[in-house]
Design a protein around this ligand. Structure first.
Ligand code: ASP
Length: 339
């Protein structure tokens, strides 16, 4: 009450903005820099991003370099070492967005090691936001990216062969109209309780307080050829608003696209929700749409706001994310879940 009266008094003297700044100064300082990313691979990706952030580098550089590390790994489900589509070919999707609302993405891209860097070139060197397929590949090569051999990694070859055995089942015919499409494409729970996944999403705020985000994936394993998920779609797999916060998604992309997931999370933060509650509300919306089928899928969101608060939420137990905001603070957080 006293504050309010004082504020009104100062306001009547034309000093309300001075008074407002005074209050803001007493609020806790934003935690920055900070970087968070999906799944356990996020720990290594955060390390590389942190190297850039701790030296005062930009969030944009950090989120690109961070996820490149994951794209490089042949033992991971992201990048060229990942599981192929049902025709045995690895197709990659990626998106990137900066503090000024600039964004770029690639989808259905083959034989290029770092789709995230191609997405950044789309953002910086073209008048477009998204390039797909052959056009994206041609652009990448023109930009100096090497065309890698069209060859599956050993693990991917093995799992593809296994999948082919099962694909002898009838549902493969007209699979696009079959319920089994979802089953084949859905992330599966591993014996250790975690989920098989194919994506890394990362959002960061740099020392200057600017936000950026990146998301890169091979999409769902054994997807139909040509299938593109949420990850390269700005607003679905990734969204950044430098006034509010940034969010990214992982899991069954079709259901993230349905609710414009990452954009929704940022808009919910704009309405005053914490990152965690914004992610939770987005997950609730998916569950409402999916009804009893929600138990068959996994979707996870993570988000940060301008205060450097972070949070994540998912449908089912088993999703986790990595958080880093100091040299000795790079740790996993278990995503809270609703089912
Ligand atoms: N969201 C990705 C997609 O649907 C997959 C994943 O996160 O595992 O393509």
């Amino acid at each position: 009450m006293l504050h309010r009266r004082r504020f009104l008094q100062l306001g009547s003297l034309g000093l309300s903005s001075f008074s407002f700044k005074g209050f803001a100064a007493s609020s806790p300082a934003a935690r920055k820099p900070i970087v968070i990313s999906t799944w356990k691979d996020g720990i290594n990706a955060n390390k590389l991003a942190w190297e850039i952030l701790r030296k005062g580098g930009t969030a944009l550089d950090a989120v690109e370099k961070g996820v490149m590390n994951t794209e490089d790994s042949l033992n991971c489900c992201v990048g060229l070492g990942a599981n192929p589509d049902r025709d045995g070919r690895v197709t990659l999707d990626a998106s990137i967005m900066d503090a000024n609302g600039n964004c770029g993405s690639v989808a259905f891209l083959e034989r290029i090691k770092h789709p995230i860097s191609v997405a950044r070139r789309v953002m910086e060197k073209t008048p477009h936001v998204m390039l797909v397929g052959e056009g994206a590949q041609r652009f990448a090569v023109q930009q100096g990216f090497r065309l890698e051999p069209a060859k599956l990694s050993r693990d991917a070859e093995k799992s593809y062969r296994n999948w082919l055995k099962k694909s002898e089942y009838k549902p493969v015919v007209n699979i696009e109209n079959s319920k089994s499409t979802a089953m084949l494409a859905a992330p599966t729970r591993l014996e250790n309780g975690s989920w098989n996944h194919d994506t890394i999403g990362m959002v960061a705020m740099d020392a200057a307080g600017n936000l950026s985000g990146s998301c890169t994936t091979s999409g769902m394993a054994f997807k139909m050829r040509g299938r593109v998920g949420d990850s390269p779609i700005i607003g679905a797999g990734l969204f950044v608003d430098n006034e509010i916060g940034a969010a990214t998604a992982t899991g069954q992309g079709e259901d993230v696209i349905r609710i414009c997931g990452s954009h929704l999370v940022v808009e919910l933060m704009r309405q005053g929700l914490s990152p965690e509650n914004a992610c939770k509300t987005a997950v609730e919306r998916i569950i409402k749409i999916k009804g009893s089928k929600a138990k068959d899928i996994q979707v996870g969101f993570i988000a940060i706001n301008k205060q450097g608060e972070y949070g994540g939420y998912c449908i089912q137990q088993g999703f986790d994310f990595a958080v880093c905001y100091a040299d000795d603070k790079n740790f996993m957080v278990e995503g809270k879940y609703l089912l």
